[in-house]
Design a protein around this ligand. Structure first.
Ligand SMILES: Nc1ncnc2c1ncn2[C@@H]1O[C@H](COP(=O)(O)OP(=O)(O)OP(=O)(O)O)[C@@H](O)[C@H]1O
Ligand SMILES: [Mg+2]
Length: 361
């Protein structure tokens, strides 16, 4: 069992910077929890407080129900893997992996056994006598993982562990971490900037903004049912499109590009004339037949087309707003061409322009 419970955790640095305002979340046993959010939103600070590398200004952090606020890092039974690997340059791979265990006076035979196992899992058997400088970036990151695994900690903390790797290596290591989680059954807190990592690895994703949690949900819910404009715009590539519209008569939505009539039950009762933000994902904008260019379509001018091979991203301008459609690769669109798009009406998300909160029926 290893649960991590953060109760109203707050961090104000000595210079007065509020890095984490109120982080309140119970991480479940064996959960893979991913923290995402823009630079400076407090992800690393949150992790460092769990690790004991940063003092907590207020609130409590408990592991398996035991409050650990003042417990020194070495007594927390947590292993942290950083972006820059932080390997000891003068030690071999084997020595790097053994170091933490020696400090804890683990018997020699046990250390050797755990290193053998970790090296096998990570494919490092042939590299145990090498120095870090004799390894590739991906191999170094594996050693950093190995050093964490051999400790057999209750909780793993990862702070952007793959961000120094090239694109291909990232994909490989992402799969490896996925397998590792299945194999170790460990509780993991994982910080990343990479949406694909967040979506593919997380049991749940925490979206943070300015030291606060904006939404916590499993990847599919977060993608399909965002609670606010911030999470809606943060997850998804290309991101969700946002259009300014106003509530018209008989439940219609009116904007520069056209008039939409969302299905009954999608919208709350809103006064006529109220401005709203319409959110629609790029894959939910479909090329409409010219002949139905009347109701429930949007008219937009093609700006540029990005060909991705398996699909294309077509970027449009609507009255100064840019929107993107994800289309089939052979969809014909030329710069300057006027197109009629039919949004999937059941996929529309509406947001309040002031609070950014989702407007639900
Ligand atoms: N030692 C420090 N002293 C003062 N302020 C700090 C310190 N460390 C971080 N901060 C501030 O706290 C806020 C949160 O920083 P943190 O490193 O947690 O962000 P982050 O979400 O990990 O960002 P990134 O994605 O860039 O790594 C930032 O505004 C940062 O400038
Ligand atoms: Mg960080």
């Amino acid at each position: 069992m290893s649960t991590v419970t953060l109760s109203h955790v707050r961090k104000v640095y000595p210079n007065g910077a509020v890095a984490v305002e109120d982080f309140d979340l119970a991480i479940r046993d064996r959960e893979f929890l991913v923290l995402v959010g823009p630079s400076g939103c407090g992800k690393s600070t949150t992790l460092r407080m769990v690790a004991g590398l940063e003092e907590i200004t207020s609130g409590t952090i408990a592991i398996d129900g035991r409050v650990i606020n003042t417990l020194p890092p070495k007594d927390r039974d947590i292993a942290m893997v950083f972006q820059n690997y932080a390997l000891y340059p003068h030690m071999t791979v084997r020595e790097n992996m053994a170091f933490g265990l020696k400090l804890r006076h683990t018997p020699k035979a046990e250390i050797a056994k755990r290193i053998e196992e970790a090296a096998e899992v990570l494919g490092l058997q042939d590299y145990l006598t090498r120095l870090p400088k004799q390894l590739s970036g991906g191999q170094r990151q594996r050693v950093a993982l190995g050093r964490a695994i051999v400790r057999q900690p209750k909780v793993f903390l990862f702070d952007e562990p793959l961000s120094n790797l090239d694109a291909k290596m990232r994909v490989e290591m992402r799969e490896e971490i996925h397998r590792l989680h299945l194999r170790l059954n460990a509780t993991i807190l994982y910080v990343t900037h990479d949406q694909t990592e967040a979506m593919t690895l997380g049991d749940r994703i925490v979206v943070m903004e300015s030291g606060n949690i904006r939404q916590v949900a499993d990847p599919v819910t977060l993608y399909n049912d965002p609670d606010n404009r911030f999470s809606a715009g943060f997850i998804g590539t290309p991101p969700m499109n946002f259009l300014q519209m106003t509530v018209g008569e008989n439940g219609t939505l009116q904007g520069a590009a056209g008039t939409l009539l969302p299905p009954k039950g999608l919208l709350p009762d809103l006064p006529i004339g109220k401005p709203i933000i319409l959110g629609i994902r790029p894959e939910d904008l479909i090329d409409a037949n010219e002949s139905d260019a009347s109701a429930n379509t949007l008219t937009a001018t093609v700006d540029i087309v990005e060909q991705m091979g398996a699909e294309a991203y077509v970027h449009f301008a609507i009255d100064g707003t840019r929107i993107t459609a994800r289309t089939a690769p052979n969809w014909s669109a030329r710069h300057g061409e006027i197109k009629t798009l039919r949004p999937k009406l059941d996929k529309l998300c509406l947001f309040d322009p002031d609070s950014g909160n989702r407007l639900r029926a």
